[in-house]
Design a protein around this ligand. Structure first.
Ligand code: GUN
Length: 285
């Protein structure tokens, strides 16, 4: 009898990672480098406020210095670009993060392309995206990198497995598909125009759901004893945080599953701290 329905505890794995990073930060500080992250928050989107608060709190926990720059929703694109240019040349700043989404009159592409790629701890700059695809050293985007750590630290074999990714965003779907290929998985990409989604997802040894829609993956979408990673952060009919996967329906069928909350989410923040440490380390050499 196969052991089914095991939960991948992202909260615990992220706490372990933060513990490891805390010692790295200590040794950097002993050598005279205080890792520093600046977060820019434009406007007052409630979800962004919550995410940013989590990031700032996590920095403090591991000893990373953080600054929160708040900007009015009416700020011009030029003023935001100027702020980024100023942070690019500030040697105490190792990581720059512009929280998305931005107001409609500001182009996220222009803004993200202005960040020094060596301080791009979100891994969203086109140079880092290109480096990831070509297999060069790069800051990896935090959510996909966090998913990889969850799989590795849980001891899940990736090489030779069939991974199916649902969702093709630049932030999650595309980069996780590349990372899984790099780990020698065979990867299928599904998206909003995929015909007969189930016929693909049912073949997945590892299924990554990154759609952003409540419960699009149900019991009849999964293969017995597979591994399911849920990247969704949706609100259910009672206003509760819930994933792209119908957790209760899917859990009894699969070998491993990530919960929402407490799965991928905490890992995203942990990998941001990791990238900020990496950046500080590069500068301290
Ligand atoms: N908005 C939602 N997720 C993210 C993220 O990972 N980074 C940034 N900068 N903004 C986001």
């Amino acid at each position: 009898m196969v052991d089914r329905g095991k939960i991948i505890d992202g909260k615990a794995i992220a706490a372990q990672l933060r513990q490891e990073l805390k010692s790295e930060v200590e040794s950097l500080r002993e050598k005279g480098t205080v890792p520093g992250l600046t977060v820019i928050l434009v406007g007052n989107n409630q979800a962004s406020e919550t995410y940013v608060r989590g990031k700032i709190k996590a920095c403090a926990e591991v000893g990373i210095h953080s600054d929160l720059v708040r900007m009015s929703p009416e700020i011009t694109e030029d003023a935001l670009l100027d702020k980024i240019r100023q942070l690019n040349v500030d040697s105490s700043v190792h990581g720059i993060l512009v929280q998305l989404p931005l107001p409609d009159h500001i182009s996220p592409d222009r803004i993200l392309s202005e960040i020094d790629p060596d301080k791009d701890v979100d891994g969203f700059h086109p140079i880092n995206a290109g480096r990831l695809v070509t297999g060069l050293d790069a800051f990896l985007p935090c959510t996909p990198h966090g998913i990889l750590e969850l799989l590795k630290r849980t001891g899940i074999e990736i090489a030779g497995k069939h991974a199916v990714v649902v969702g093709r965003s630049n932030i999650v779907g595309k980069p996780i598909s590349i990372l899984l290929q790099r780990e020698n998985a065979t990867v299928t990409m599904c998206h909003s125009r995929t015909v007969d989604l189930k016929s693909h997802t049912r073949q997945a040894d590892i299924l990554v759901a990154a759609v952003g829609k409540l419960h699009v993956i149900t019991a009849d979408h999964v293969k017995p004893d597979s591994v399911v990673i849920d990247v969704g952060m949706n609100r259910d009919e009672n206003g509760k945080l819930a994933g792209d996967v119908d957790f209760e329906g899917v859990r009894p069928i699969v070998s491993y599953i990530t919960p929402v909350p407490g799965g991928v989410g905490p890992m995203t923040i942990a990998m941001l701290l990791y990238n900020t440490c990496q950046s500080a380390k590069m500068k301290s050499r």
